[in-house]
Design a protein around this ligand. Structure first.
Ligand SMILES: NC(=O)c1ccc[n+]([C@@H]2O[C@H](COP(=O)([O-])OP(=O)(O)OC[C@H]3O[C@@H](n4cnc5c(N)ncnc54)[C@H](OP(=O)(O)O)[C@@H]3O)[C@@H](O)[C@H]2O)c1
Length: 292
């Protein structure tokens, strides 16, 4: 911070699970923040101003920023940033490790997502370079911690309703769940890390563990300790197909089930070296999984 002048950040996706963690850390570090949301909270805070807006029609607050941080949809941010006149020396944007894990997926929709993410990253880097700014892209693995993620919190909600969570026996692919606070810390570190300019980093969690062990730890953190039921894999897939056919199951594509067998593992080394990234191990608490 320059004496008497807090640094200024513009944050997109500030209402999201990573965005909220980032706002808290920026406030603690004394940043002056403009946050953009399609439905902003009614009240600003000390050093925090909310602005109503969403991609593609964001009316960004005027002036120069020390950093712009994107915790929203990367593709939409990249297009907006490339077409804007925003002046900010540093750009830090969240993408996803799906760029790599879904590149060769069987599902054409998943391959398209990977291609979209790759194109968006390239667009951010090019747009930053064109205006003498530097960009860093951050790719989290499976995000949790704010009790509002679409994976572990959803598993927790389902298990709490039924007292049991069912997995196929071969759901043993390795996972690295990463806490929102570790991601927020990495984003802030990236702003001040010269080595991070022009780089993309995988941001995995601090533990690498099989899918079913990860779920087991989620269940152990919940009241009533729902049971993990492992069923033979062919039986699981049959039941899943029947549930899909009967219209009783939405949002669990076949690719997601197949991936439970696959290792999705990333090296935290480069982020550790350049950003001091040291993510916590996976020890979820009820508060990290269940809202309220
Ligand atoms: N969750 C994961 O497991 C995971 C894993 C890897 C990577 N990521 C990536 O990390 C980033 C943040 O993820 P997250 O889990 O924190 O997301 P999140 O909780 O869903 O929040 C995303 C935020 O983006 C904003 N947003 C959505 N559409 C927008 C639009 N058209 N214009 C402007 N803002 C828009 C929303 O803010 P408003 O509703 O207030 O406008 C929302 O709060 C994303 O790029 C995501 O792809 C997430």
């Amino acid at each position: 911070m320059t004496r008497g002048h807090p640094r200024r950040a513009l944050v997109f996706g500030a209402s999201g699970q990573i965005g909220a963690a980032l706002l808290a850390k920026l406030a603690a570090a004394g940043w002056d923040v403009d946050a953009v949301s399609r439905t902003p909270p009614s009240a600003d805070g000390p050093g925090l101003r909310w602005h109503a807006g969403g991609f593609p029609d964001v009316a960004a607050p005027v002036g120069r920023f020390d950093a712009v941080l994107s915790c929203g949809p990367l593709d939409a941010f990249s297009v907006w940033y490339a077409g804007s006149t925003l002046q900010a020396a540093r750009v830090v944007a969240f993408g996803s490790t799906s760029l790599e894990t879904k590149r060769a997926a069987g599902d054409p929709g998943e391959r398209a997502l990977a291609a979209t993410l790759a194109a968006a990253e390239a667009r951010v880097f090019a747009a930053a370079q064109a205006r003498a700014a530097t960009a860093t892209l951050l790719r989290p693995t499976l995000v949790y911690g704010a009790a509002r993620d679409a994976s572990l919190s959803r598993i927790a909600a389902l298990a709490r309703r039924t007292g049991v969570f069912v997995l196929p026996r071969d759901a043993r692919g390795l996972r690295q769940p990463v806490h929102v606070d570790d991601l927020a810390a990495a984003a802030i570190a990236a702003v001040d890390a010269p080595a991070a300019a022009g780089q993309a980093y995988a941001l995995p969690g601090g533990d690498t563990l099989p899918y079913d062990t990860m779920v087991q730890r989620v269940l152990a953190a919940l009241p009533g300790r729902p049971r993990l039921l492992r069923v033979p894999s062919p039986l699981f897939r049959l039941a899943l197909a029947a549930a899909h056919a009967g219209g009783r199951l939405h949002g669990l594509p076949a690719g997601a089930v197949a991936r439970m067998r696959e290792d999705l593992v990333f090296d935290p080394g480069p982020a550790g070296r350049d950003l001091g990234y040291a993510p916590r191990g996976f020890r979820p608490t009820r508060e990290m999984l269940v809202a309220g």
